[in-house]
Write a protein that binds this ligand. Structure first.
Ligand SMILES: [Zn+2]
Length: 170
């Protein structure tokens, strides 16, 4: 899994607002493609894309090529890192409670991490994949959060696995 942040500090820019924006009909009945599998805020975790489908949240772009970790551990056969990773967007709206959003995203006993049976060392930052400054606070802290465990230096291969439990909203 890969964590991101919305970089949208606006009041009200919570998971529901981003969920609605991501699923907005833009033209000719087409639905805008969601950019991550999950949108997390201080009150909820919304699933935008099924775990078994690819979302477009951490591909390499001009000026931000894949890191060695992405090339050597995540990707294979020339495929995009998106093919192998579930994306989580954390909301950072000023009227949200960051500590709760953080917990909903990375605390090991919380639903999102537990659902996928992941160890903390299998949670990457977007920065680990392309060196994008995302999530900014985790790049500056050099890890995914305030846990004393190193959470983002795994050498283990992280593959997407279908999860029959499906997504949830709570
Ligand atoms: Zn990101």
């Amino acid at each position: 899994m890969v964590v991101h942040y919305t970089a949208n500090y606006s009041r009200g820019a919570d998971a529901i607002a981003h969920f609605n924006c991501s699923n907005r009909t833009i033209r000719n009945g087409r639905i805008r493609k969601a950019s991550a599998h999950y949108m997390v805020d201080d009150e909820r975790v919304l699933q935008l894309v099924p775990d078994t489908e690819v979302a477009f949240h951490c591909g390499a772009v001009s000026g931000l090529p894949y890191t060695d970790l992405a090339n050597n551990v995540i990707r294979e056969n020339g495929l995009s890192a998106n093919e192998f990773l579930i994306g989580i967007e954390m909301c950072v709206n000023v009227d949200g409670v960051w500590g709760k959003t953080y917990a909903h995203t990375v605390e090991p006993d919380w639903w999102l991490v537990a659902k996928h049976g992941l160890g903390l060392d299998q949670l990457y930052r977007h920065y680990d994949i392309t060196h994008k400054l995302c999530p900014k606070m985790f790049v500056e802290a050099r890890r995914c959060g305030r846990s004393s465990k190193t959470m983002c230096s795994s050498s283990q291969r992280q593959k997407r696995q279908p999860n029959p439990a499906g997504g949830g909203r709570f």
